[in-house]
Design a protein around this ligand. Structure first.
Ligand SMILES: Nc1ncnc2c1ncn2[C@@H]1O[C@H](COP(=O)(O)OP(=O)(O)OP(=O)(O)O)[C@@H](O)[C@H]1O
Ligand SMILES: [Mg+2]
Length: 378
């Protein structure tokens, strides 16, 4: 550190090691957009060696339209001093050497040395984006499955409700027809034909309802071996997005030995999401809002427990908890639990509720655990 040149050398080397140690890709350019430094992470991220890009215009790292527009952006900034990107992080699209385009977050700072230098910090966010997309897809599938499931439940209930009056109408019409046959009056044959027509219309209506119910109930299920903890974690994320979770403390106690079970992933997620949403709803008015989500291996079964410190299940509701259309909520359909129960039972499992102490409710999903150590599906 004696001579001036030595100072400069050292500070440059120091700068370089700082830049190379950064977990983000770091790229510096001059006023003409020429690359001056291309950090180690930048090389890994973009697939270019530093020697391949030094002195090149930074737009080689951008897909269209930025590739063509970047020189203009820089010129405008240098002439007017109006910054669009400098000083804040913003999402951009970047391009690797092999032509792959990926989402990134870019942060630019400016330095004035002898000439103006811009330093860009780039973070590759393609993994996060992919996770977000997977979650969104699952949510859509879930909504779809939920709607179909809900329609199945509604169809079943309607079929049940309509079946009785339709059967009664059919036998009343049959009795009318028998009575008429014994009588004699003008137009008797016409009347009998009309009654027969009525009977066949009634039968047709029953048939339509039955078909609708069968169609909606028999959704193909796709069972595979899935990690219970993973399904529970994903369901939590999905359930808590967009829910009124102000002030709700979420604790999870996932048992490492919970293992896997043969389940339809979407359906099981739907069950857990229903239970979590109900738990959050139940805590709307209570001061202490603690949601606990636990898994545990229990002999031949694996258990998922969703406990809340909410209002608790009313005595009235306890009798009809799993029946369709049983609800205490103004905007509730009352079908969440009945669908959940049919799903769990279709998996040869059990769904039941208990009181939580000192307050609230606990819902338990019990599923047969998978005995063999077969590999689970992703
Ligand atoms: N964690 C809970 N704490 C207290 N009561 C609950 C809880 N979960 C469910 N309930 C009661 O059971 C009823 C039925 O729940 P279910 O999920 O079937 O329907 P819902 O939540 O009312 O409407 P939706 O069809 O939108 O789910 C609720 O209205 C509520 O009264
Ligand atoms: Mg519900």
């Amino acid at each position: 550190m004696t001579a001036k040149g030595g100072d400069k050398m050292d500070s440059e080397r120091f700068l370089r090691s700082v830049i190379n140690a950064s977990p983000n890709a770091v790229i510096t350019i001059n006023e003409s957009g020429e690359i001056l430094i291309f950090s180690r992470m930048a090389q890994a991220m973009f697939g270019f060696a530093e020697s391949e890009v030094l002195g090149k215009n930074v737009r080689v790292l951008m897909p269209e339209p930025d590739h063509s527009l970047h020189d203009g952006y820089m010129r405008r900034y240098i002439e007017t001093g109006k910054a669009n990107v400098i000083g804040r992080a913003r999402p951009v699209t970047a391009r690797r050497k092999n032509g792959d385009v990926f989402p990134a977050v870019l942060h630019i700072s400016e330095f004035d040395e002898e000439e103006r230098i811009f330093v860009g910090f780039i973070e590759d966010v393609s993994r996060q984006k992919a996770t977000e997309r997977r979650l969104e897809d699952t949510q859509l599938q879930l909504q779809h499955a939920g709607r179909i499931g809900a329609m199945g439940e509604i169809a079943t209930s309607i079929a049940h409700e309509l079946n009785q009056p339709l059967t009664a109408a059919a036998s009343l019409a049959g009795a009318a027809s028998l009575t008429l046959k014994k009588a004699s009056f003008d137009g008797k044959d016409d009347a009998l034909t009309l009654i027969d027509d009525a009977v066949s219309e009634i039968r047709r209506a029953s048939g339509v309802i039955r078909q609708m119910r069968d169609f909606l109930r028999n959704r193909e299920t796709e069972r595979a071996l899935h990690s219970i903890n993973r399904i529970v974690e994903e369901s939590c994320l999905i359930a808590l997005i967009g829910a009124e979770t102000d002030g709700v403390m979420v604790a999870s106690a996932l048992d490492d030995h919970a293992g896997s079970a043969m389940v339809d992933r979407i359906q099981l997620q739907q069950v857990i999401v229903n239970l979590i949403r109900n738990a959050v709803d139940a805590m709307q008015e209570t001061r202490n809002k603690q949601l606990t989500i636990a898994t545990a291996s229990a002999g031949d079964f694996v258990e998922i427990r969703i406990a809340d410190t909410g209002s608790g299940i009313t005595d009235e509701m306890k009798k009809r908890l799993f029946e369709p259309f049983a609800t205490t909520k103004e905007d509730g359909m009352g079908i969440g639990l009945s669908i959940s129960k049919s799903i769990v039972e279709a998996h040869k499992g059990e769904l039941f509720a208990m009181d939580n102490h000192p307050a609230g409710a606990v819902f338990v999903v019990k599923l047969p655990a998978s005995k063999d150590g077969a590999k689970e599906d992703a």
